[in-house]
Design a protein around this ligand. Structure first.
Ligand code: TYM
Length: 342
């Protein structure tokens, strides 16, 4: 059975990159797949978090899911820490994944910085918990932005090594020749890597100290307009073909944002705006961004005003997620040779 899983960390400001690269793409998948969307609070604490702020942000990410159009009745929306099976499976995977694999993870290197000795063990083991998130549901498809590609490759490696290492037990327990699927990443479209509005060589990120580097999902129309007008550009008019965007990272980024917001390809945007000056293109981009993002921000604010409702949605989602994850864990415990009381 085909199943989609994806997660978003409740850390810092949700921004246009999270929306275009991930959350907005979760929505249409609901038509074709059973979908499970998770607020990964256990991943968030791999770096220090203020407890009150973390709780607020868990609710805010949930609100963003709902505001974007995720149906928590037909699909599953929950927070990771309420389903203990993620942590249980992560431990098994810590014993499957190799230190050498984790040493190659570029996100760890970036986040740990120079003082690697002082990074948390959790930050290092982050990718095995992510593999557990996905494989607890034996998900077949994972929509993410480009920055998560390496983590998904590791998830496939973990699944494959588990399937190989325990091949005999998997067969004996009646699961055929593979227990975990080799999950496919869904990384496509014009917005897989949205860049900072201040610097086309840096990705738009929750942790950039400059608020002008990103459009937050909760920004109002004035803030959106100001940030787009101040966004870095170059002095040339827009090209009429995609090849003309090469070595123009800021222009490429704004055209990609426009295309993703409008739901078209970059080439189509350039057919319309080729030859235009940035002043007029930015005007059109402001209108489009305000039209598309304004209602989502407003709905998020409405939803977070009622934390009781959000917590109830998460609680119900966790209950349903747990049923699926428990079934996986019971099977995994049998496969690895643990004893379970009947
Ligand atoms: P996180 O919380 O950093 O980001 C959430 C999603 O947003 C995407 N994204 C972007 N896409 C395009 N341009 C950008 N500038 C940009 N910035 C972020 C991310 O690729 C991601 O899809 N490790 C994950 C969370 C996670 C997860 C999982 C994802 C935990 N377990 C299981 C999928 C499946 C993360 O830190 O995402």
């Amino acid at each position: 059975k085909e199943r989609v899983f994806s997660g978003v960390q409740p850390t810092g400001n949700l921004h246009l990159g999270n929306y275009l690269g991930a959350i907005s793409r979760f929505v249409p998948l609901q038509e074709r797949y059973d979908c499970i969307y998770c607020v990964v609070d256990m991943h968030a604490i791999t770096v220090p978090q203020d407890p009150k702020e973390l709780r607020r942000q868990i609710r805010e990410v949930t609100a963003a899911f709902l505001a974007a159009g995720i149906d928590a009745e037909r699909h599953i929306v929950f927070n990771q820490s309420q389903v203990a099976e993620h942590a249980e499976l992560a431990w098994i995977f810590n014993c499957i994944a190799r230190i050498g694999w984790l040493n190659r993870m570029t996100q760890f290197k970036e986040k740990a910085g120079k003082d690697r000795e002082n990074a948390s063990v959790g930050l290092y083991a982050y990718p095995t918990l992510m593999a557990a998130d996905i494989l607890a549901y034996r998900a077949t498809h994972v929509p993410v932005g480009e920055d998560q590609k390496q983590h998904l490759e590791l998830t496939r490696d973990v699944a494959q090594k588990f399937n190989n290492d325990y091949a005999a037990a998997i067969a004996e327990n009646g699961h055929g020749d593979a227990f975990f699927p080799l999950t496919e990443p869904l990384i496509q479209g014009p917005a897989m890597r949205i860049m900072s509005l201040r610097d086309g060589s840096k990705k738009m990120s929750k942790s950039d100290p400059s608020d002008y580097s990103r459009i937050n999902l909760t920004d109002d129309a004035d803030a959106i307009a100001q940030k787009i007008r101040k966004a870095k550009t170059d002095p040339e008019p827009l090209p009429s073909e995609e090849a003309g965007l090469q070595s123009r990272p800021e222009a490429a980024n704004l055209v990609g944002i426009f295309a993703a917001l409008k739901g078209v390809e970059k080439s189509q945007v350039l057919r319309e705006f080729g030859g235009a000056q940035f002043s007029s293109f930015k005007g059109a981009l402001v209108d489009l961004a305000v039209e598309k993002m304004g209602p989502i921000g407003a709905e998020m604010k409405r939803l977070v005003a009622d934390p009781g409702h959000i917590d109830a949605v998460l609680g119900k989602g966790a209950e349903r997620a747990r049923v699926i994850a428990r079934e996986t864990l019971d099977a995994v415990y049998d496969i690895v040779g643990f004893i379970r009381s009947a």
